[in-house]
Write a protein that binds this ligand. Structure first.
Ligand code: FA5
Length: 340
């Protein structure tokens, strides 16, 4: 066995010294250390060496392994530096050429529109906030004026985690309270992110979808500020002014609450397939922040007021690009993704 060790060592040292390129060296490395390589096989065979010789043989084999690894590393460094220099001296090498693009993918349409929204709201003085997707029951419901047993809990088809009090957030509204707890008024935040509901999935309902929460809190905030901000949002997304209207809507965390519609951007109100001949498209629910929610966030409702909205980002992206089925977004189908 000792002779075997010496033979492998001698041949390996000579081969490494002879290697003329880093590719030759890589082949030697594989021959010694790869699957079924000479050193690997030798080390695996230690068990067959007589018991009394085993410790000395094991130590010698490991010494050789370490030595050869070091010799290979040193030789590799020398060869690579010679090769790089040769390549740079060689004809056809132009260091001023732009690099090769190594990212082959593109942005998902939801990411594109989310980034546009973030730019737009940043330009209006908003901060962009993030919130946890696994949320406390307190933030998702209680602090939003939805106590246990309130019937409004039923409309959110919630994924509960087994541990008590945790769930996959059903909306981005929990970030409202988190923002109020952390920031002092004036508050202007946009919080885009994923939400989860135990939905019956169809062309317009997914179990995982995107929303963007907006919250403004200051002295004297009214519905007029909210409408102005929503018009700016629509102008940013559809690149022109769209008429809006408010319908009453119920959400326990706003009072008054509204559903905001816009004139259909595709037919200007004449009626088409997108707006189902109504001339209006639903854009988002919104309203003035309920005093109980301000209190839960540590803000005095006698001094401050605010508005909030919960934009269905996935649905807005569908509207913007004329996408007919929300399931395309997570389908991973390249025929769909390549269009953006
Ligand atoms: C909410 O989630 C409220 N938190 C919104 C809100 C925020 C109201 C602030 C008032 C003030 P709603 O459940 O309606 O509300 O959802 C808001 C939007 O998310 C919907 O208009 C829709 O565009 C989108 N949405 C809801 N469920 C789904 C789903 N399963 N798949 C895709 N989009 C959905």
């Amino acid at each position: 066995m000792r002779e075997a060790l010496e033979k492998i060592g001698g041949e390996a040292r000579a081969a490494i010294a002879r290697a003329g390129t880093s590719a030759d060296l890589a082949a030697i490395d594989r021959r010694l250390f790869g699957e079924g390589g000479e050193i690997s096989t030798l080390l695996r065979g230690i068990g067959k060496v007589p018991k009394e010789e085993r410790p000395a043989f094991g130590a010698a084999a490991n010494r050789l392994k370490k030595e050869l690894e070091e010799v290979i590393a040193a030789r590799r460094a020398a060869l690579v530096s010679v090769e790089v220099e040769a390549e740079m001296r060689g004809e056809g090498f132009d260091p001023t050429l732009p690099g090769t693009r190594f990212v082959a993918g593109g942005l998902h349409p939801i990411t594109t529109v989310r980034r546009e929204l973030e730019d737009l709201f940043t330009s209006m003085g908003f901060d962009i906030l993030d919130g946890p997707e696994v949320e406390l029951e307190r933030f998702n419901f209680d602090a939003l004026n939805i106590p246990p047993h309130h019937p409004a809990r039923d409309v959110f088809d919630t994924f509960w985690c087994e541990s008590i009090g945790l769930l996959l957030r059903t909306h981005t509204s929990p970030v409202q309270v988190r923002a109020m707890e952390r920031l002092k008024p004036p508050i202007r935040v946009l919080a885009p992110g994923r939400c989860f509901r135990h939905e019956d999935v169809d062309a317009s309902h997914e179990h995982t979808f995107h929303q963007a929460e907006g919250l403004v809190v200051d002295r004297g905030i009214s519905v007029a500020h909210m409408i102005g901000t929503m018009q700016a949002l629509l102008r940013g997304i559809f690149r022109r002014d769209l008429e809006v209207r408010l319908r009453p809507g119920y959400f326990p965390f706003v009072e008054p609450g509204f559903e905001l519609d816009a004139r259909c951007p595709f037919c200007d109100g004449a009626g088409c397939a997108v707006c189902k001949r109504k001339g209006w498209v639903e854009i988002l629910p919104c309203g003035l922040v309920h005093p109980n929610v301000l209190r839960a966030g540590g803000i005095d409702p006698d001094v401050y007021s605010g508005f909030a909205f919960g934009l269905g980002l996935s649905r807005l992206v569908m509207l913007r690009y004329g996408i007919d089925d929300i399931r395309w977004f997570m389908s991973g189908d390249l025929r769909f993704l390549r269009q953006f």
